[in-house]
Design a protein around this ligand. Structure first.
Ligand SMILES: O=C(O)C1=C[C@@H](OP(=O)(O)O)[C@@H](O)[C@H](O)C1
Ligand SMILES: C=C(OP(=O)(O)O)C(=O)O
Length: 449
């Protein structure tokens, strides 16, 4: 059941060539951060290209509850910030819906102010681990009172007199790193985060852009990020780039759908995000980067994806996992249409996303006729090659947008249609998924009756 309302059963079936341009929405990670950093700046931040998915809209509401003004006028989002240390105590529960990024970053942003806030979410978010952020926030002096196992609903009492922190993240997580950095903003002195494996670096880039003093250094311990506390953040004009994690769906759909040729323009290829595209090219995908350029200090290109009937399974290097962590579900679908095994090690984090993504994909793929083996932190998909994947089953989306979209992409090339019990969660990150895909020629529809 979706907590966003009545379940929306969806179906996809074998489609003719996909063609045309796929204009995917703004980057989810950068959209959350634009609103949160805008709320912590002094003055008005203006944002265009913001992802208007439910996850980000929930973060916008949360920023209002902490005292920032957030308003959309025309195509532009205006955020009137309250300054570092200026958050007011919310007079209502903060509902972050389905969003791990939203709740974890906001907890960090409020943890070093002397206020209390209570957080909740949907059934998926309320089952996800929060100790990974509340443990380092406790070092600043914040206290957390949640359900057993460190789950939401949870109240955070912000530190009265925060102290800066030096913290080595025990899991590869940009959300944990970002929560610590955002908390560090209102702690006097230097906050240091060390990550053994580099994760997406949007917080570092954007904090620097807002005028914080921050340095990044690669050392024997890993990547060391040092932030000077109590800066005055300057408001920014932000143009949010398009989301490579959303681009993954039309790209992968084109690779497995006979005769396809799809252009996905203006996709950010920040190396901390682009691992999927490297992997697909190693598998033999006809995926090219056109019009490569730099925008706002980030590499950007138009992606052209064409039907690729000769894909082969590969070993995905574990050190690449962080740069494609949200893309493993749809990669496993492409792997089903490749010849041979695709082995994906070093991906324990997939088990604590909106669903246990290894389990969710393994069950659906097996039902659809694909062999999958799995361990705690790895899985292997036995590809059958193009034209030989049965399909013909209904899979559970488990309140997980990426699971729903992955199986709908799969159905475009299986012998029998694929059904998903609830496409409602797709609106959390990719609200225009259905019209965008049908506009390319994909047979994806809501099921009635
Ligand atoms: O920081 C971010 O914006 C995100 C970090 C990742 O989560 P983890 O930090 O849990 O790896 C990713 O899965 C999520 O979609 C967005
Ligand atoms: C893991 C994801 O999001 P979040 O952690 O923000 O819920 C995702 O979008 O795939």
């Amino acid at each position: 059941m979706s907590s966003h309302g009545t379940p929306i059963p969806m179906i996809s079936e074998k489609s003719g060539p996909l063609s045309g341009e796929a204009h995917v929405p703004g980057d989810k990670s950068i959209s959350h951060r634009s609103l949160i950093l805008g709320a912590l700046a002094v003055g008005e931040t203006r944002v265009t290209g913001l992802l208007e998915g439910q996850d980000v809209l929930d973060t916008a509401k949360a920023m209002q509850a902490f005292g920032a003004e957030v308003e959309k006028r025309g195509d532009t989002w205006h955020v009137q910030g309250v300054g570092v240390g200026g958050f007011a105590e919310p007079d209502r529960v903060i509902d972050c819906g389905n969003s791990g990024t939203g709740v974890r970053l906001i907890m960090g942003a409020m943890a070093t102010s002397p206020i209390a806030a209570t957080f909740t979410g949907d059934a998926s978010l309320n089952s996800r681990p929060m100790a990974r952020v509340t443990d380092p926030l406790a070092l600043f002096g914040a206290r957390a009172f949640g359900r057993s196992g460190g789950r939401l609903p949870m109240t955070i009492l912000g530190a009265e007199q925060p102290v800066p922190v030096r913290y080595a993240t025990p899991v590869p997580s940009a959300q944990v790193k970002s929560a610590v950095l955002l908390a560090g903003l209102n702690a006097p002195g230097e906050t240091v985060v060390i990550e053994r494996e580099a994760t997406r670096d949007h917080s570092e880039r954007m904090l620097a852009g807002f005028g914080a003093t921050l340095s990044t250094e690669d050392s024997a311990e890993g990547r060391v990020i040092t932030l000077q506390g109590r800066p005055e953040l300057r408001p920014q004009e932000i143009v949010v780039p398009r989301d490579p994690s959303s681009a993954a769906f039309p790209v992968c759909a084109a690779l497995i759908t006979e005769g396809s040729d799809v252009l996905v323009p203006n996709i950010g290829l920040n190396p901390t995000r682009a691992g999927l595209f490297t992997t697909l090219r190693e598998m033999g995908a006809d995926l090219t980067y056109e019009n490569e350029r730099e925008e706002g200090g980030e590499p950007v290109a138009d992606l052209r994806a064409r039907f690729s009937p000769d894909l082969r399974g590969i070993e995905v290097p574990p050190e690449r996992a962080a740069s494609m962590i949200d893309e493993y579900p749809v990669l496993s679908v492409v792997a089903a249409f490749a010849r041979g095994q695709t082995h994906m090690p070093g991906v324990k984090e997939l088990r604590v996303k909106e669903s246990d993504r290894i389990d969710a994909m393994a069950q659906g793929l097996r039902a659809a006729g694909i062999g999958v083996e799995e361990g705690e932190d790895w899985w292997t998909v036995e590809g059958r090659g193009f034209g030989d994947v049965p399909g013909g089953v209904t899979v559970a989306a488990r309140l997980d947008h990426r699971i729903a979209m992955s199986f709908l992409v799969m159905g475009l090339a299986t012998e029998a249609p694929m059904m998903v019990d609830d496409g409602g969660p797709i609106a959390t990150s990719f609200p225009i998924f259905e019209p965008l895909m049908t506009g390319l020629g994909a047979k994806i529809a809501r099921q009635t009756g």
